[in-house]
Design a protein around this ligand. Structure first.
Ligand SMILES: Cc1cc2nc3c(=O)[nH]c(=O)nc-3n(C[C@H](O)[C@H](O)[C@H](O)COP(=O)(O)O)c2cc1C
Length: 206
């Protein structure tokens, strides 16, 4: 099949999210200007540069409470900081709970029964239960095109200034995926668990 992306696809659900897979989940913690904590998952998330290390996440559609930017984007913009917590198999239900469209004054750490642990370099706390955290400082915010101005698409880029890795998931100097057990997002209501890993050497050029 072929369909123009601005025309109906005729399928049961929009296939876009099922095509760009798997997507890592950036479980983003922030604080607002008053220091109130917020936590939410974003699967439009990825690493985008090595030196210095940089990541991005993107908020799509309006927040159901009052419209406008989602809390994570508003907070990152306001404070210039955020933390990426790596979401694992054992934390999947808690991660999902933090995606609830909760009002701004609700602390999703408490909502999901998670422990907020202070960060080293930024004010946003970390999810203590997660084995890996990336402390980030805002680099830039990009307003992306949207077909509905009420539902902004906003990409947030940050520089990773501090990295926490639980020593228990480091084996022979490598982060062991089988110990971390990261999960990723597929389309529809589907997720993937990283448990089937293979290696390939890159080709050289004479
Ligand atoms: C696994 C998962 C991935 C998500 N990815 C995104 C995303 O990439 N962009 C987005 O805008 N919302 C995404 N959401 C929905 C947000 O988490 C949800 O709108 C949340 O209420 C936003 O919270 P906040 O306003 O505190 O930032 C995702 C939800 C789940 C469960």
């Amino acid at each position: 099949m072929f369909y123009r992306a601005d025309r109906p696809h005729g399928l049961r659900h929009n296939p876009f999210n099922a095509i760009v897979v798997p997507r890592p989940i950036g479980w983003i913690s922030t604080v607002d200007a008053e220091g109130r904590a917020n936590l939410a998952p974003y699967s439009f998330f990825n690493g985008v540069a090595y030196t210095p290390p940089q990541v991005m996440f993107s908020s799509t559609s309006a927040h159901v409470h009052g419209g406008g930017l989602k809390d994570t984007v508003a907070n990152a913009r306001e404070t210039g900081e955020f933390v990426v917590n790596i979401c694992t198999w054992t934390l999947r239900e808690a991660m999902n709970a933090t995606s609830a469209p909760a009002p701004h004054d609700v602390d999703e750490f408490a909502l999901a029964g998670l422990t907020a642990e202070p960060s080293e370099l930024v004010r946003a706390p970390r999810v203590k239960e997660s084995p890996i955290h990336l402390e980030c400082r805002l680099v830039t915010v990009v307003d992306l095109p949207t077909s509905n101005p009420e539902q902004p698409n906003t990409a947030v880029f940050g520089e990773v200034v501090g990295i926490h890795i639980d020593d228990a998931v480091i084996v022979d100097g490598l982060v062991d995926y089988h110990k971390v057990q990261p999960i990723g997002r597929l389309g529809y209501m589907d997720y993937v668990l990283v448990d089937n890993v293979f290696a390939m050497q890159r080709p050289g050029w004479p």
